[in-house]
Design a binder for this molecule. Structure first.
Ligand SMILES: Nc1nc2c(c(=O)[nH]1)N[C@H]1C(S)=C(S)[C@@H](COP(=O)(O)O)O[C@H]1N2
Ligand SMILES: [Mo]
Length: 263
C-alpha cells in the first residue's frame, strides 16, 4: 500500500488528464474560463468528485497534516482575501473587542448553541503550527490556537442525518451582477471532526488579528486556504449544500473552484 501514494495531481495525471498545468490560482482574480456552463468547469467539477472519493478511500480519515516548530515560523501570516470587513454588525462587534460576539451553531443539532468568545476560549484548546497553502501559490507557517470543531459539534449534539458543516461569514465578496454575497464555506463531517480542524481565536501567540479573521476562523489543515473561513458568524450543520449560494458549497466553489481542495 505504501508504494501506492496518490495525491490529487497524481490521480489526475494518472487519469491521462493534464489539468495540473491549468492556471487554477485563484484568490483574487477569477479566471473566466471557469465560469458556469463552461465545459472546462464542468470537467473540473467531475474530476473534483473523483478526487474527493479517491482521497476519502485512500487517505485515512485522521491522517494529520505536518506540524512545524516555532523556529520555522518565518513571518506573520500573510492576510489574504477580505482583511477588513465593513458589515455594520461586524463593525459594532469589533468596536467592543468582540465582547458581544456569539457564535451561532444551528441546523441538524439537538442543542443549538450561542457561544461567546470567552466560552469558546474556556473549552479545551489546541495549538498547532501548520503551513497554510493558498491556491495563488504562496504558503505561510503559523501557530494557530483554538477549540477543536469536534468539541463544539459534540456540545451541540449533531443529528445522524447531518453530512456537512457550513461556515457563514461576516464579510461580503463580489459576485457577478448580484453585487456582493457573504463569504461562506463548507466541509464534510470527516474533516469537521479531524483533530486538527479548529475554530481559531489565536495566531502566533496573540489574539487573532482582524486581518486574519477575528474573532474566529476555521483551520482545516488538509485543504487549501480558501476553505478556511475567516470572520465566522455562524455554523450550520446540514445534510445538503444545494440551498446555499449557488449550491457549490462555498464562495469560491460557486465561481468554479474545487469543493474538496485536498493537499
Ligand atoms: N471570510 C473569508 N474567509 C476567507 C477568505 C475571505 O476572503 N473571506 N479568503 C480565503 C483565502 S483565499 C485564504 S488564502 C485565507 C487567507 O487567510 P489569511 O488572511 O489568514 O492569510 O482565508 C480564506 N478564508
Ligand atoms: Mo487563498
Amino acid at each position: 500500500m505504501s508504494s501506492f501514494v496518490i495525491n490529487r495531481r497524481g490521480l489526475l495525471t494518472a487519469a491521462g488528464v493534464a489539468v495540473s498545468t491549468l492556471p487554477l490560482s485563484g484568490c483574487d482574480a477569477f479566471d473566466g474560463l471557469l465560469g458556469y456552463g463552461q465545459p472546462l468547469r464542468d470537467f473540473l467539477a467531475s474530476a473534483n468528485g473523483l478526487t474527493y472519493r479517491a482521497q476519502r478511500l485512500l487517505i485515512p480519515a485522521d491522517r494529520l497534516a505536518p506540524e512545524f516548530s516555532e523556529s520555522e515560523i518565518r513571518q506573520g501570516q500573510r492576510p489574504n482575501g477580505s482583511t477588513d470587513p465593513t458589515d455594520p454588525t461586524y463593525l459594532a462587534l469589533k468596536d467592543q473587542a468582540f465582547a458581544g460576539y456569539r457564535l451561532s451553531v444551528s441546523g441538524l443539532v439537538q442543542r443549538p448553541l450561542q457561544l461567546s468568545l470567552q466560552e469558546l476560549q474556556n473549552m479545551p484548546a489546541r495549538t498547532q503550527i501548520t503551513r497554510h497553502d493558498c491556491v495563488e501559490g504562496w504558503s505561510c507557517i503559523a501557530k494557530w490556537t483554538g477549540v477543536p470543531l469536534s468539541r463544539v459539534l459534540d456540545e451541540a449534539a449533531v443529528k445522524a442525518s447531518a453530512r456537512y458543516v457550513v461556515f457563514h461569514c461576516f464579510d461580503s465578496m463580489p459576485l457577478g451582477l448580484s453585487g456582493s454575497v457573504a463569504y461562506y464555506e463548507s466541509i464534510d463531517l470527516i474533516d469537521a471532526r479531524h483533530p486538527q480542524t479548529i475554530l481559531a481565536y489565536g495566531l502566533n501567540g496573540a489574539p487573532l488579528p482582524v486581518a486574519n479573521g477575528a474573532p474566529l476562523r476555521a483551520r482545516i489543515e488538509r485543504q487549501l486556504g480558501y476553505k478556511m473561513a475567516k470572520y465566522i458568524r455562524a455554523i450550520e450543520v446540514v445534510s445538503d449544500l444545494a440551498p446555499f449560494g449557488r449550491g457549490g458549497g462555498g464562495y469560491w466553489e460557486d465561481l468554479g473552484y474545487d469543493w474538496y481542495a485536498g493537499i
